[in-house]
Design a protein around this ligand. Sequence first.
Ligand code: ADP
Ligand code: MG
Length: 570
Amino acid sequence: MTSPDINGPLTDGFHLVVEALKLNDVATIYGVVGIPITDLARLAQASGIRYIGFRHESDAGHAAAAAGFLTGKPGVCLTVSGPGFLNGMVALANATVNCFPMVHIAGSSTRAIVDLQRGDYEELDQMAIAKPLAKASFRVDRVEDIGRGIARAFRTAVSGRPGGVYLDIPAEVLAQTMDASAGAASLWKVTDPAPSQSPSHHSVLRALELLAGAQRPLIVLGKGAAYARADKQIRAFVETTGIPFLPMSMAKGLIPDDHQLSAAAARSLAMAKADVVLLAGARLNWLLQHGEAPHWAADAKFIQIDIDPTEFDSNQPTTIPLAGDIKSVVTALNAGLPRHPVLCPHRWQAELTERREHNAAGMAHRLAEDPRPMRFYNALRPIRDFVRDHPQVYLVNEGANTLDMTRNIVDMRVPRHRLDCGTWGIMGIGMGYAVAAAVETGQPVIAVEGDSAFGFSGMEIETICRYGLPVTVVVLNNGGIYRGDGVDPYGTDPEPTVLAPRAHHERLIEAFGGTGYHVDTPDALSSALADAVASGRPALIDCELDPSAGTESGHLTNLNPRSALQPNQA
Ligand code: ADP
Ligand code: MG
C-alpha cells in the first residue's frame, strides 16, 4: 500500500498528519521545530493552522495543556525526536496529572536502527518512555494508519478523565507516500469526542438524601468542575440548596469568589467541621489533606462526583460515588431537588459567614499596611484591585509565596480564568500557560510570577514578543527561591535559595522589543499594570520586594523535611 501508485496522484505522511489535524478541528499547534518535523509545521501553517513556535519544548507542552483546559479540546504540541521529545515530557506528565487533554506529537528516528540500538541520530524509544508518564502512548508505523492514530490519540486524550497522550510518528512514516484518494479516505473525524456519562438514578437520590440530613454540608469545587463547563448547573445547585462551597485554586471564579456562600475565607473551619462533603471534580489528595483528621472531621462523609470511578475510595471511604461527568451529574441532582429538597441549615451558613468576615478583616488590615521595601501583601493589593475591575483578564500564577498569596488575595469572578501550578505544584508553567491563554482567548493575560518561578520559562518572553501577545508578566522579585536573604555561614558562594539580588528582569523583555517597567511602590505597580494591559502589548513589570519577604516553602513548610544536623556536623 505504501508503494507509489503510478496511476494517480500521491500524498505523504506530512500531508496526511496535517489533514487529519484539520479534520479534527485543530486550530493551533504549539511546538519547536527541527528534524524531522520542520516541514510538518510549515505545512500546518500553510493549511491555515496557527503554529506557535517556542524556545523550549516544555513551554510548548505546557501551552498545549493549558489550551486543552481552556477549550475542552486536546491542545497539540509538536516536537522533534530524542532530547526535544524528552523536554516535552514534564509537560505531558503534568497535563496527565492535572487531567488536561493534550496530544504530544513527535517525530522519531528510524525504527529498525533504534530498536537494535545501532546508534541513530537522536535515538530513543520514545513511545516506551512516554508510556508511564501519559494517559496513553501510541505509535504510527504505517502511513495508512496516520488518520487512525490521530483519531485514537484525540479520543483518548479528551474522553473519560482527560489527560496527555503521546503520538510517535517516525520520520520514515512522515516521508512515506500513498495514493492520495486512499489517503484521504483513511482519515476520520472523531464523533462526540467526550460523550456525556450519566450517573445512576439511585446514587443521585442517595446523595440528595444524605445532603438533606446534613447539619454542616460543604461542596468542594475542583478544576475538574471548572473543566466540565457546568457553570450554570453548579451555581444553581449551590444557590438552591444554600450549601457553602470551597473552590480549589483553579476552580476560583466558577462561582464568583465574592459570592456569599463562598467558604474560601473560612477554609479551615469549613473543612474541619463539615459533616457531609460533596466533592465535585476535586480529588481528596494532598491539596485536601487526604480527607484526614484533624483537617477534616473524623466522621465526615464524602459524596464524590468524578468521571473516573477508580478515583473513589482513593483516600477515604466514598459514602456515595456519583460516577459520571459533572454536567450530567449536577443536572440530575438539580432535577431531583423539587421532590427531594436539600436546604443547608442556616446556623452553619452563619457560622461560616462570621469566620469569613473575621478573616476578611484580618486580610484587609494586612493589605492596608504599606511597608518599604514592598512585601507580598502590598504588591498584591494593586493586582487584586486591577483583576477586580477587569474580570475578563486571565491570571497565570506560579511560585511559592507568590502562588499562595495571590491565590488567597486575588479574587476571581469568571470561570476558567485562573491557571496555576496545579496538582503537582509544578514550577515552569508560567510563560507556556500565558501564551496559550492569550492565543486561545485573545484576552489580556497577567502572569504573576515569583522571580524563581519565572526563571524556568523566562526565555519565552521572546515568544510573547515575537507574536505580539497581550501578556503582562509581573515578577514579584524578592531575589530568591522563597526569599532572597539566605546566608551561607560556611563559605562564599550564594546560599542555595539565593538568586541574583536586585535583578532587573524588565531589561530582558526590552531585548525583544517589549515594554519593561521597574517598580518599588504599590502606586507605581498599579499604574504600570494599567498602562501595560491597556497597551495590549507584551510587557514585564519587575516588582522589587524586600528580600526578607516570604516563607521557606510557602504554605508547604510542613512538607519540607529538615536535617537534624548542621552542614558542618554531617
Ligand atoms: P483540584 O486540584 O482542583 O482539586 P483535581 O485535579 O484534583 O482538582 O480533580 C479533578 C477531578 O475531576 C479528577 O479526578 C477528574 O477525573 C475529574 N474530572 C475531570 N473532568 C471531569 C468531568 N467532566 N466530569 C467529572 N469529573 C471530571
Ligand atoms: Mg522569589
